[in-house]
Ligand binder design. Structure first.
Ligand SMILES: C[S@@+](CC[C@H](N)C(=O)[O-])C[C@H]1O[C@@H](n2cnc3c(N)ncnc32)[C@H](O)[C@@H]1O
Length: 252
């Protein structure tokens, strides 16, 4: 049987309104992607939709071999067993400007994690390490220098232990990005600045990013803007509607 009629579709993005546990189980052969980039319910706030969908990482494993998953340390520790079959490659920290949470008896929480998981052989996983202008190096652009561990593959022709400095460095694993706060279309909307490097890293242009917890469609919108295709699933029709509106007008 074919997939249900999309809630929204354009030439790059397909959005389904439904339960991703059911759709991933039933249409495993059709819901496939180069990478999953998703922000599941952490089960930490008192909103009706914020319930951890038991077992979803196992079902997601049928859809892709590479996955970025947002979450808190508490969430990953609590549900670690659900990630059986996946291997952890790295984590990045989304550093927020002001943070969230009313509690005053701990450090103010101004970050969330995104963990990158993969299955199979690491060398077969698509990855495009991200580079950015280096604001701190004292080296002059064009200088021949001894290679650092993150430099050698990026620069060519200078021999095994030297490189030609081009003014860039690998993007750091702590990535600052402002939360949407008052402008958010979803209580946990993820900003473009944190989604874009994860999508670029894990999915080549023209290939598919899957978000089984699409919310207001942020991942789908950013993926499309970066020339990727995207498939989203969202159970709450209010948010599916917002995502469809954003996608049809290509607006934030
Ligand atoms: C953390 S939010 C995602 C927010 C999104 N990143 C954004 O920027 O708008 C998780 C979303 O997953 C949806 N959800 C929860 N359980 C689901 C399920 N079993 N299938 C599909 N969607 C689900 C919720 O309705 C919620 O909108």
């Amino acid at each position: 049987m074919g997939l249900p009629t999309p809630y929204y579709q354009n030439d790059q993005v397909t959005l389904y309104h439904g339960n991703s546990l059911e759709l991933l189980a039933e249409y495993a052969d059709q819901l496939t992607a180069e990478a999953i980039v998703t922000d599941p319910p952490y089960g930490e706030i008192s909103l009706a939709w914020d319930v951890w969908p038991d077992g979803w990482p196992g079902l997601a494993a049928g859809a892709a071999a590479s996955m970025w998953c947002f979450g808190s340390m508490r969430m990953f520790l609590k549900h670690f067993d659900d990630f059986r079959g996946w291997r952890l490659s790295q984590d990045i920290i989304w550093q927020k400007a002001t943070g969230t949470g009313p509690v005053a008896d701990r450090f103010r929480r101004v970050h969330e994690y995104a963990l990158h998981w993969y299955r199979g052989k690491w060398r077969e996983i698509y990855k495009d390490p991200q580079w950015e202008p280096n604001p701190v190096s004292k080296l002059k652009v064009g200088t021949v220098s001894r290679s650092g561990p993150d430099k050698a593959p990026h620069f060519s022709g200078m021999g095994a232990s030297t490189y030609l400095y081009d003014g860039t460095r690998l993007v750091h694993s702590v990535i600052p990005a402002k939360s949407l706060r008052g402008k958010a279309l979803h209580p946990t909307e993820k900003p473009r600045e944190i989604l874009a490097p994860l999508i670029r890293y894990s999915c080549p242009p023209g290939r598919v990013v899957l978000d089984p917890f699409a919310g207001s469609g942020s991942t789908l919108l950013v993926a499309a803007a970066l020339g990727r295709r995207a498939i989203g699933i969202e159970r709450d029709e209010r948010y599916a509607e917002i995502a469809a509106r954003r996608l049809s007008t290509a607006s934030r």
